[in-house]
Design a protein around this ligand. Structure first.
Ligand code: GDP
Ligand code: IMO
Ligand code: MG
Length: 432
């Protein structure tokens, strides 16, 4: 039995899509367990670019099955659009895509409420993706959310929706001084419900039966450790459990089922939206990395903030997720870099911090301690074997791996499937 989680070790966009697409060839199922269409997972196959937001990337592998679990918040319009878009790309989802009947739904009013709340925060706004993710999770926790199973029953859905719309309208009027746009929601959702009905099932039962039969499953994390609602840079986080533990709650499986955890990190760090970022580069340097790494949001197109690799953060991510194997992506982005900095510690008010601080106010004021390593100034995108990497590139990876006490099981040197190096003798290699 193989049940391996792939999680982001930073602030998202680490290249999880590429990694999951690569690994999915060796697994029967891939499953999303949290987040929603705030995610954007890019996969490039033969020059065709797919950006998946809700559907696990494993769907792109012929005959493999993909699951959207109960922990995901689903905008059915986004799901239908995504199904249509990948069908256009030649991928059929029939009989291969499964959606949890327990997943919560996102409605247009979630987006509206999010926009008003973000505007009200002014300079303290989170910089959300405006997809309604936060408000949908708020409703879930407040126990007034509507779920996929509700959408499958017309009468019950109409009754519950009417009640919620009245509540949300009153809220919007009193908090933001404006009524809520509610016209046409019921009819639109009825139509969307009909479009997704064929995918809906009890996915927890499905996953548990599959595991009992000895099938293998890859859990596709969305976002990243530092965006996790409990362990990230709160409040500059998303509203879901992005860490490995979320795979259990979000899919309805026992922690005893998870057999391994892969953490994905870039060779540097990026972040989209607000919040502290200790190793952020000055804008001129950041722009150079942004250009080389094409660091613009896969979905929103927003420029990503860029900074050096942060080993304090990665050590924290390894601890929270129990990462057994690291994947380092975008090594090629440093191919022309003369010198590379790596953050090896934080100093705060004259002392060295031994743990990741809980307060964003503290994290915003830490001074990173850097180790400077030489760049390799040679192309790596064509390399397929670890022992063919330039010496300085191997040294960089060895420094990271030794400092963290964790193997590097995969190195990515380009967005394409084959721009991938799998060193031999690793745990990750044994999972393929
Ligand atoms: P995800 O959200 O973690 O799946 O990552 P995104 O897809 O949002 O962002 C990663 C971006 O980097 C995408 O455009 C990928 O195609 C690209 N990418 C992934 N791995 C590599 C790599 O090793 N080198 C380069 N140059 N690009 C990569
Ligand atoms: P993937 O899966 C990067 C960020 C947003 C914002 C914060 C809250 O592609 O790695 P939200 O809309 O979730 O309420 O926004 O979280 N964010 C991401 N950043 N990658 C993602 O997903 C993200 N999903 C959310 O930019 O700062
Ligand atoms: Mg992304």
């Amino acid at each position: 039995m193989k049940a391996i989680a792939v999680v982001g070790a930073q602030w998202g966009d680490e290249g999880k899509g590429k990694v999951v697409d690569y690994l999915a060839a060796s697994f029967d199922y891939s499953a999303r367990y949290g987040g929603g269409h705030n995610a954007g997972h890019t996969v490039i196959i033969n020059d065709h670019k797919f950006v998946l937001q809700l559907i696990p990337c494993g769907i792109l592998r012929l005959g493999k099955k993909a699951i959207i679990g109960a922990g995901v918040v689903v905008d059915p319009a986004a799901l239908v659009a995504e199904v249509d878009s990948i069908r256009k790309g030649g991928i059929d989802v029939e009989g291969r895509l499964f959606l949890s009947n327990r997943a919560h739904l996102i409605f247009p009013y979630h987006r509206e409420l999010e926009k008003s709340a973000e505007a009200a925060r002014g300079p303290h706004r989170i910089g959300t993706t405006s997809r309604g993710i936060g408000p949908a999770y708020e409703d879930k926790m407040a126990r007034c959310g509507l779920r996929v199973c509700d959408l499958m029953d017309e009468e019950r859905f109409a009754r519950k929706l009417r009640r919620v719309l009245e509540e949300k309208d009153a809220l919007s009027r009193s908090c933001f001084g404006q009524p809520l746009e509610t016209v046409g929601i019921l009819e639109a959702y009825r139509e969307l419900g009909a479009r997704i009905r064929g995918f809906v099932t009890d996915t927890s039962a499905l996953v548990n039966c599959a595991l009992a039969e000895g099938k293998s499953i890859l859990f596709e994390g969305a976002q990243g450790t530092m965006l996790d609602i409990d362990h990230g840079t709160y409040p500059y986080v998303t509203s879901s459990s992005a860490t490995a533990g979320g795979a259990c709650t979000g899919l309805g499986i026992s922690p005893t089922r998870v057999t391994g955890v892969i953490g994905v990190t870039k060779a540097y760090t990026t972040r989209v939206g607000g919040g502290p970022f200790p190793t952020e580069m000055p804008e001129l340097e950041a722009q150079a990395v942004r250009d080389r790494g094409k660091e613009y949001g896969a979905v929103t197109g927003r420029p990503r903030r860029c900074g050096w690799l942060d080993l304090v953060m990665l050590r924290y991510a390894i601890q929270i997720n129990g990462i057994n194997s690291l994947v380092v992506t975008k090594l090629d982005v440093f191919d022309t870099q003369r010198e590379i900095q790596v953050c090896v510690g934080y100093r705060y008010k004259g002392s060295r911090l031994s743990e990741m601080p809980a307060e964003v106010e503290v994290l915003a004021e830490v001074t990173p301690e850097y180790k400077t390593l030489p760049g390799w100034q040679a192309a790596t995108d064509h390399i397929r074997a670890a022992n063919e990497l330039p010496r300085a590139a191997s040294d960089y990876l060895k420094f990271v791996s030794d400092s963290l006490g964790t193997e590097i099981g995969m190195i990515s040197t380009g967005p394409e499937r084959d721009a991938t190096i799998i060193p031999t003798g690793t745990k990750l290699a044994s999972w393929l």
